[in-house]
Design a protein around this ligand. Structure first.
Ligand SMILES: Nc1ncnc2c1ncn2[C@@H]1O[C@H](COP(=O)(O)OP(=O)(O)OP(=O)(O)O)[C@@H](O)[C@H]1O
Length: 343
């Protein structure tokens, strides 16, 4: 749906050149929710703004749904942009228009007859759960409701692609979750491709199928969100993952582990649960089956999009043969097992 090829954007400010994007290439498939995460200044906004040509790239090209958007003239670009919706951190609603008329606005611009447009607006307000707010003004709405209006407006011209520029950054965690749920619903219902930028790994965790990590104007990692959470490849990705699910064992807990009877050995192991394996009682089965003991040191279980996912750090003790068979049992049942140390 989106193909970005060797995109570079250099801003020229008095006396200096700022390289905001440096040779960035990226593919987003149709129907995905794709996240771009990076720290402030990494180049996220520039990237999303180059995708709908609100910003003109210095070099490189962008294709949206097979059309080279970077090669279009103004008139062609206006038409192409109707297929790209956008939502913003600060909603960008027109304060002098009612909710209804805000959503109507892009349909007016596109010259859709009033009656047909009004029907579409009502449909959209229903979709975002604001049918009862049609006649109120943006100032009378909460942040989450404003963003729902933003989403309805962005969907008015039935876009194939929705760009989200930090759309939940001004919202509290609960409202963020409800907006992300709405985006996931829309994605499923209409197979709408969504590209979102954020600095919050929780947003990636809740909503995205794939993620690109951007640092210092370059993409440093791209992958399935579950893969990036379970096995981040770069320091930047690791630190983002740690903001959501910290894999390190607190030092005081680690000190308490250790010491076992003669004839037995102990391993400190970290077990990663992903998907179906997170729902099975594998640890208790292992303990019964191999007659080993499992002391839970530290753990965290969460969900990545709709998939259960987590880590558990255990001190396993038992005769060495049984212990190794126990580890093999966990691995054969789809768990990732890392031996952190022999205790
Ligand atoms: N119009 C501009 N003129 C000059 N420099 C700019 C302009 N827009 C962005 N930059 C610079 O380009 C770099 C990337 O900025 P960008 O806004 O894309 O980052 P970001 O990752 O979206 O950050 P944030 O999360 O803070 O918005 C920064 O160094 C920024 O100062």
């Amino acid at each position: 749906m989106i193909e970005v090829r060797n995109l570079t954007k250099i801003y020229t400010a008095p006396g200096q050149k700022i390289v905001a994007l440096d040779d960035v290439s990226l593919r987003v498939e149709k129907g995905e929710i794709f996240g771009i995460i990076g720290l402030s200044g990494a180049g996220k906004s520039t990237l999303i703004r180059c995708i709908n040509m609100l910003e003109k790239p210095t070099r490189g090209s962008v294709f949206v749904d097979g059309v080279e958007i970077t090669a279009l003239n103004e008139k062609e670009l206006r038409r192409a942009r109707q297929k790209i919706g956008m939502i913003f951190q600060h909603f960008n609603l027109l304060s002098s228009r009612t909710v209804f008329d805000n959503v109507m606005f892009p349909l007016e611009i596109a010259g859709i007859p009033r009656k047909q447009a009004a029907e579409r607006v009502r449909e959209l307000l229903d979709l975002v759960g604001l049918a009862d707010k049609a006649d109120v003004y943006p100032a009378q709405l909460s942040g989450g409701q404003k963003q729902r209006v933003g989403i309805a407006r962005a969907l008015a011209s039935s876009p194939k692609l929705l760009l989200s520029d930090e759309a939940t950054s001004a919202l509290d965690p609960q409202t963020t979750r409800s907006i992300l749920n709405l985006l996931k619903d829309i994605n499923r219902k209409f197979n709408l491709t969504i590209l979102l930028i954020t600095h919050d790994m929780n947003v990636i965790k809740e909503a995205c199928d794939r993620v690109a990590v951007i640092a210092d104007s370059r993409i440093v990692e791209v992958g399935n969100v579950l893969d990036v959470f379970s096995n981040p490849q770069t320091e930047t990705s690791r630190s983002f993952v740690d903001t959501v699910i910290n894999r390190d064992i607190p030092a005081d807990l680690l000190q308490r582990s250790g010491g076992c009877d003669s004839g037995t050995i102990s391993y400190l192991v970290r077990v990663s649960f992903i998907g179906a394996s997170a729902g099975k009682p594998l640890i208790s089965s292992m303990v019964k089956r191999y007659d080993v003991t499992a002391n839970i040191i530290y753990g965290k279980i969460d969900r990545v999009k709709d998939t259960p996912f987590g880590y558990l750090t255990l001190e396993l003790s038992g005769p060495s043969g049984q212990l190794n068979e126990a580890l093999a049992f966990l691995r054969n049942n789809g768990l990732e097992v890392e031996v952190l140390e022999d205790v």
